[in-house]
Write a protein of this length. Structure first.
Length: 260
């Protein structure tokens, strides 16, 4: 027999694979250009694995298009394989969680992954403010006023005091992802300078806020939060990870507030 045609069977060993410390799943909007890049940095670490699935969404951001994502959420969650045994799974849309409802988002994710902890940027923002012991914030969004108002109402309903609101007033998600980090920094410094705001929350996973958080905090002397930052922090803490990210602001020095 010609040795070149012989296929030898090799011996091998297996281990836990990637994610020996934590396996985290992320559902990303089809039009999002930012969240994967920012969360990959926030969640990097030995033994930590991050897996993505994309969900269809409309480029135009309106209450109606955001609510329509609910019908595709189960299929998107199913694209994250159940046998990966995820520690935590996040739905990466702040305005979508606002319109669909945080509990409904969590319910859908748990139907597919019953053992996983779940989050979204809106729930993560609330958890972050609780961890920092803050209630008075300034809110920055890229959304049209009707979407911004819904988010403002949602946060205020749980006792968060919003004393300043500003928006870039864009309904096109492609445009939102192209707003510069410098423009976001200037917005943070302008609205965050108010004495009646103890923190700033920059909403939307498409906005490139993460690169300017530490600098803005240093200038303002108060915490600055963003959708991707709070979601990355919340998923990490839910998965049992405690690492700090000095370039990601004060939040990563804190732990979850637990209620007995």
């Amino acid at each position: 027999m010609n040795d070149a045609q012989h296929i030898e069977t090799l011996e091998f060993e297996t281990d836990e694979g990637l994610g020996s410390k934590a396996r985290i799943g992320l559902i990303v909007l089809q039009t999002d250009q930012t969240i994967e890049h920012e969360l990959s940095g926030l969640l990097r670490g030995e033994g930590v694995a991050l897996y993505h699935a994309r969900i269809p969404n409309d480029t135009e951001v309106t209450p109606e298009t955001l609510r329509r994502m609910e019908q595709d959420l189960p299929a998107a969650a199913g694209l994250l394989p159940e046998n990966f045994v995820f520690d935590a799974i996040g739905y990466g849309c702040t305005s979508g969680a606002t319109m669909i409802g945080e509990e409904r988002v969590a319910e859908i994710l748990r139907e597919v992954h019953p053992a996983a902890q779940t989050s979204n940027p809106l729930s993560a923002c609330k958890a972050a403010l609780a961890a920092l012991g803050l209630q008075r914030i300034a809110l920055i969004t890229p959304y049209a006023p009707e979407v911004t108002r819904e988010m403002q109402d949602n946060l205020q309903a749980v006792g968060i005091e919003i004393n300043a609101v500003a928006t870039f007033d864009q309904s096109d998600d492609f445009v939102v992802a192209r707003i510069t980090s410098a423009a976001i920094r200037e917005a943070i410094l302008t609205i965050g300078a108010r004495d009646d705001c103890d923190a700033v929350f920059v909403s939307c996973t498409s906005l490139r806020a993460l690169p300017v958080i530490a600098e803005a905090e240093a200038q303002l002397g108060k915490p600055v939060l963003s959708s991707n930052q709070v979601l990355g922090w919340h998923l990490a803490r839910l998965a049992g990870l405690t690492a700090d990210r000095p370039d990601a602001g004060q939040l990563f020095k804190t732990h979850l507030v637990t209620h007995s």
